[in-house]
Structures are given as C-alpha cells and as structure tokens.
Design a protein. Structure first.
Length: 298
C-alpha cells in the first residue's frame, strides 16, 4: 500500500515558464493513483518525479482549457505502451466530450488501454470504491468546470491495550460482535482531499473544501490583482486562504500561478495572513504528504 501523498507535476497557469511546467497533479491514495488536470509535458514530469505511468488508475479533468488537458494524449499513449493491466477511469465535464475524444485519439498509436469514460453530468458522487467516494461540484469559470473531492468513510481503529486487557488476539478479533468491537476500538475519522482549479468564489468551492485534510487550490493571482482574478474566473491567494480558514482545512496547497509573479514567497505571506494552518506554495516535483489522520479530539 502506497503512502497518501500529492505528487506535483506542474504548477503554471496558461503557459509553462522556465521553472514551472503546465499543471499536473497525481494523488497517491493507497493502491489508487488519481491524475488531475495533466497539462502539456505531464508524461515527462512523471518520469522526473520517479512515478510510473502505470500508477495512474483514474484521470480527472476539471475543464478543457489547454493547460489542464493537453498532456492527456501522451498519458494515454504511455499507458498503452506500458501495457497497463488495469482499467483507467476518466472523469471530465460531459459538455467537453468532443474535446476528450480528440485528445484521446490525437495521433495514431496501438491502443491497448482499457480506458473507461465516465463524463460528469452534474454535482454529486461520481465513483465509489475501496478508496471511498469521489465527488464533483460545479465551479464558476468561463466554461463548464468541476472540482473534485475524495471522501473516505469514517471507521474505527482497534486499541491494542484494550484487546490485551481482555485477552483478545488473532482470529478472535474478527469474531467480535458490534458491541464488543466498540469496547475495544475508537472512532477513526476518514480523510478528505479536495482539488479546486480555475474558478471564482462560489458555493462549489466551499462545498469541496469542507473539512479537507489536504486542499489543492488555484491561486493564480495575488490580492493586488483581485479584479483581474474575478474577470478571468480565478482566485487570489487571499481568497484561497479564506476558503481554507472557513472550511476547517488542515493543509493548504497553493498552485496554478500566473507568470506575472516571480517570487513564490508572496503567495505564502498573503495566505498566512488569513489561514493559520500549514500553507504549501507548490513547486514542480514536490511531494506533499496527506496529513496524519485526525484523532477523536480533532
């Protein structure tokens, strides 16, 4: 079972720069690999990050602007070349199905990938599995855009000291009744991950971020350029931090930076004025661990 972590493949908005590749984010979540918004160059960034393409099990596109999807052809063809033995599920706004079709078959190649398309037609749960529930929410951009969040159900964790005190071990643990299980265990809150790109502030942003252990959110602009942010359908670092503060987020990852800014520290400083939790200003090839589980005391 792999660690739960975010592998940052790219952090630039609109165009790559000398230090930032187009967007791209791989969430490693146990045995799953969720690839979000693979921009141009995503295949090479995976190589530099030391992550095999075969780790990808789901592809989630927020919308069909180029910096969020032009890496899809290379990813699909690499998965085919590597003979990925598992199906790969693809989620994207249904209104962009014609774009997905063109990207999916952008050039001639031997197509050996079991790619299963699951277009998103509205807000709500879009997939379930051992990973939990994958949900989508509408965002407010210049074309149909969805954000995603992954919600792991709450469970219980066994307390070794209570098991030992009652002499329960081995196979006997599996035979515990529900009442007995509660006596020797404690609540284990499920973890939550949220991914928000290209949007103005809207209800969907707050719904996605609610209670997230790890929130990855665009902060294309700084507060001084808030008018530009609103006009182009984007967030500022201050707005992203406000969302994190109001929604009880534990770790905030800022990304999708405009090329007009050259000092990443400005984003951290602006967010830290609003949000008291951990702030990460993403850089290409960063690995950001999902925070340790909350305890019963929060």
């Amino acid at each position: 079972m792999s660690p739960r972590e975010l592998v940052v493949l790219g952090t630039a908005s609109q165009v790559p720069t000398r230090t930032r590749n187009h967007n791209g984010y791989l969430l490693r979540w146990d045995d799953e690999g969720f690839l979000f918004d693979p921009g141009e160059g995503a295949q090479r960034q995976l190589l530099l990050a030391g992550v095999p393409a075969r780790d990808i099990t789901r592809i989630c596109l927020t919308h069909f602007h180029g910096d969020h999807c032009l890496g899809l052809p290379g990813i699909v063809q690499r998965l085919s070349l590597d003979r990925a033995e598992h199906p790969v599920h693809a989620h994207y706004p249904a209104s962009g199905a014609h774009f997905f079709e063109r990207l999916r078959h952008a050039s001639a190649f031997y197509d050996a990938l079991d790619l299963r398309e699951l277009p998103v037609t509205g807000p709500g749960p879009i997939a379930t599995g051992p990973f939990g529930v994958l949900e989508a929410r509408r965002l407010d951009h210049s074309l149909e855009t969805y954000g995603y969040r992954l919600v792991e159900p709450d469970g219980r964790r066994m307390l070794p000291e209570r098991l030992a005190a009652l002499g329960i071990h081995g196979r006997a643990i599996r035979d515990l009744t529900p009442v007995q299980r509660e006596e020797v265990s404690a609540p284990r809150p499920g973890q939550r991950f949220a991914f928000i790109m290209d949007t103005r502030l809207c209800d969907g942003v707050f719904e996605l971020a609610d209670g997230a252990d790890l929130l990855v959110v665009e902060s294309t602009y700084l507060h001084v350029d808030e008018r530009l942010a609103t006009g182009h359908g984007h967030l500022t670092a201050a707005q992203a931090a406000r969302v994190a503060a109001e929604c009880g987020v534990r770790k905030l990852v800022l990304t999708h930076f405009s090329q007009r800014y050259t000092d990443p520290a400005l984003f951290h400083a602006e967010a830290a004025e609003v949000f008291s939790g951990e702030v990460v200003v993403a850089a290409d090839l960063d690995r950001v661990p999902v925070p340790q589980r909350r305890t019963d005391n929060g």
